[in-house]
Write a protein that binds this ligand. Sequence first.
Ligand code: RIB
Length: 298
Amino acid sequence: MKVLNIGSLNIDKVYQVPHFVSAGETLSSTDLQIFPGGKGLNQSIAAAKAGLSICHAGKIGPDGAFLAQLLSDSGVDTSLIRTAPGEATGHAVIQIDPNGQNCILLFGGTNEQITPEDIEGFLEPFGSGDVLLLQNEISHPGVAARLAAERGMRVVLNPSPISPRLQEVDLDLISLFLLNEVEGAALSGGQTEPEAILETLCSRYPRAEVVLTLGGQGSLYRGKEQSVACPAFPVGAVDTTAAGDTFTGYFLSAWLDGKTPEEGLLFASAAAGIAVSRPGAAPSIPEREEVLCFLVQR
Ligand code: RIB
């Protein structure tokens, strides 16, 4: 079984702010750092650190070469990352407040220049029984899901960020949803209670398993045979950016490794807990050994 992530690669410009800037306000930040990021990149790195063999497909400009290098250094297969000469890599402007909460503004750049033909090419080496991981930070996610399913691949979706483009994705094709409450509410027609979100998604998409993350309230799993809950690990939040991505990569690795949903939630929650205690997106993602030690010492 091979795993492919067709996902975004971003340059994150991270500003420390006393509070999130509001309409009409001019606000001075107290610090600026540049980090590798992008939901796609973060999730590939988390999955690889968790022990999964994964290939990342995507598009960067010449300014994004360091993103591909980081993926490669983290053990991700980067043979399907294309460089568009003269184009700008995607970037994110991220505000971090004193509580470690974030506010993200995206510029898609080359992430939004992935064509259906690119996607066909990315999927060429993959087939029945393989897995496609998708988020909503690249162009044509609906084409990617459809073509992957036509090849007999299982499709895993983190529907983030929520945007009207998600309507292009045939959600009946999804085997595993990994989503937070905001995304869960959007996909379940406005349900706000966690149990109602799970109930709605599992009855609408009976083939799918669903993992719902609830921040400090932990996470929930619902499949055909069981429901599982896992508490969050209490940590001092420095920067919550990529906590969800870390969770997704770690849970996916456990899921594909045949671990139980309970084991998967625990592994992913511990990894996400460590990630929020550190600054940055990709640099905050812990190694598998750190996560295992954290679980032993808790
Ligand atoms: O999920 C966090 C990520 O969202 C950041 O790295 C940023 O690039 C945006 O894609």
